[in-house]
Design a protein around this ligand. Structure first.
Ligand code: GLC
Length: 471
């Protein structure tokens, strides 16, 4: 069984969001289950790999694309600290510029250059799969969702699995543009890449069981519920794991002091460090509410914005790291000016600071409107940082509300159901109340830290799914 996993991002070499973490870590877990898996990724300019670690597999592999013969060079290296081959597709015409995406907010908002970039990746991936005699092309999100369609069209004997990480990005482009690039004959005005992937993939999965159910409804189906329902028998949810070589407070090189649930006291060194870094002085008594996130509507920032002036009056400090939508970037930058002792914001992507927030904060805020899986809440719990989050999608499958029964403290976080400012605020207040009860709080932290966040169980599910697809 030979699997090629293809996506637009892969941590640590090309990361924008959680998709990268999955593409960079699931294959390692599959490899340890003896699955023959390689990753395909564009050789973006941001992919920095030492020459000595690169091998040219083949130069100028021809493909028919954009009405003519184009070509790509195929390079091979390995995912860091692993034996998982990483295949890099080199073509300067399509993988130009500084970013992973052409559009800076990764929104798949209609730029034809973005379409050309990922349809070229899709075309090249099929060529690689043929060359390597792969059994399954495992596609991620809209960027590679036309692969199943193209494979069926040419009747190639390659099976496909489409993993949906986010239904919010569908890759909708003018039919004329797509037809020109792919030599297809799509009628009508527009082509929706994700929709076609849903209709034609041999199997589909989302990144948590709850999200797999939610997307069959109008509220969460993003207009594709009808098609997803049609494929219901071939749709499952498998929750994402974490790469525990990257996210582990016991070994994390970015932390001031490392710790585990056994010496959770040492987490406070990281809090002191974070407070000094952000506010110049430390005070262990003040709880820190942390956020590490793409600044997208999906993540519930309108709720945070709505309650912010009340929130900031509470005894707490607010630290945010992220980038994305300009309206939120502006709002938080202005908030820092107004409340410099209580609010610290860094717009951008900063891996080190991200780890230091996970390590140093007390609570992690995630009031998502929808959340296919969510890695932030899982990383936070692994670091003893208690999530305050909305009970939706993958959050529901990983965060369990705090309950005290006969002196036993169960659960690992604070959840609210309704997408409302009031419910979010009440949930934060509840968490702040519990924060005062030190022993209980410690147990909540430990409950989170002891949870199994590894890929082991989920990688087994992917392996069985691959087998089922090939049956
Ligand atoms: C997307 C989703 C997020 C998920 C990640 C990885 O970023 O929004 O919920 O965890 O993909 O699957």
């Amino acid at each position: 069984m030979k699997i090629l996993l293809v996506g637009s991002e892969c941590a640590p070499v090309a990361k924008v969001g959680g998709l990268a973490d999955v593409v960079g870590s699931l294959p390692k877990a599959l490899k340890s289950l003896r699955v023959d898996v390689s990753v395909i990724l564009p050789f973006y300019k941001v992919v920095k790999i030492k020459k000595s670690k690169l091998r040219l597999v083949k130069r100028r592999i021809p493909v028919f694309f954009n009405q003519k013969e184009e070509s790509f060079n195929l390079w091979k290296t390995f995912l860091p600290k692993s034996r998982v081959p990483l295949l890099l597709v080199e073509n300067n015409k399509y993988f130009f510029g500084k970013g992973v995406y052409v559009e800076s907010d990764a929104s798949s908002g209609g730029s034809e250059k973005e379409a050309a970039r990922f349809l070229f990746l899709s075309t090249a991936s099929i060529e690689i799969a043929k060359m390597m005699k792969a059994d399954i092309l495992h596609c991620q999100d809209w960027h590679t969702a036309l692969i199943p369609y193209l494979i069926k069209k040419e009747s190639y004997k390659i099976k496909t699995l489409l993993t949906i990480h986010n239904l919010g990005y569908q890759g909708i482009y003018k039919s004329k543009a797509v037809n020109k690039l792919l030599g297809t004959r799509f009628p009508g005005k527009q082509v929706n890449c994700l929709k076609l992937g849903i209709l034609t993939a041999d199997f589909i999965n989302t990144v948590s069981p709850s999200y797999a159910k939610e997307i069959l409804t109008r509220k969460y189906g993003a207009g594709l519920q009808k098609y997803l329902k049609r494929r219901k028998k071939h749709l499952i949810g498998i929750v994402n794991g974490l790469d525990l070589e990257v996210f582990n407070p016991k070994t994390d090189p970015f932390l001031k002091k490392r710790y585990s649930w056994k010496n959770i006291k040492d987490k406070s060194y990281n809090k002191i460090y974070l407070q000094k870094k952000c506010f110049k002085k430390a005070n262990l008594k003040i709880p820190i509410l942390g956020i590490v996130s793409r600044l997208a509507d999906q993540k519930g920032f309108d709720l945070i914005k709505g309650i912010f002036r009340y929130l900031i009056k509470e005894e707490l400090q607010f630290i945010l790291l992220g980038k994305g939508s300009k309206k939120y970037e502006k709002f938080f930058q202005q908030s820092v000016k107004r409340f410099p002792e209580k609010c610290c914001v860094k717009i951008g992507f900063d891996e080190k600071l991200a780890h230091q927030i996970y390590g140093g904060a007390d609570m992690f805020l995630m009031p998502s409107f929808f959340e296919p899986c969510g890695l932030g809440q899982q990383i936070a719990m692994k670091y003893g940082t208690v999530p305050v989050a909305r009970a939706v999608g993958g959050i529901k499958n990983t965060v369990f509300p705090v309950k005290i029964k006969r002196n036993r403290i169960k659960g690992n976080g604070f959840l609210f159901n309704r997408y409302s400012q009031k419910d979010l605020f009440e949930s934060i207040k509840k968490a702040l109340g519990f924060y005062e009860k030190k022993d209980i709080w410690k147990q909540i932290q430990i409950n989170g830290m002891k949870q199994d966040f590894s890929w082991k169980k989920s990688a087994k599910k992917y392996k069985s799914l691959y087998k089922k697809i090939l049956d």
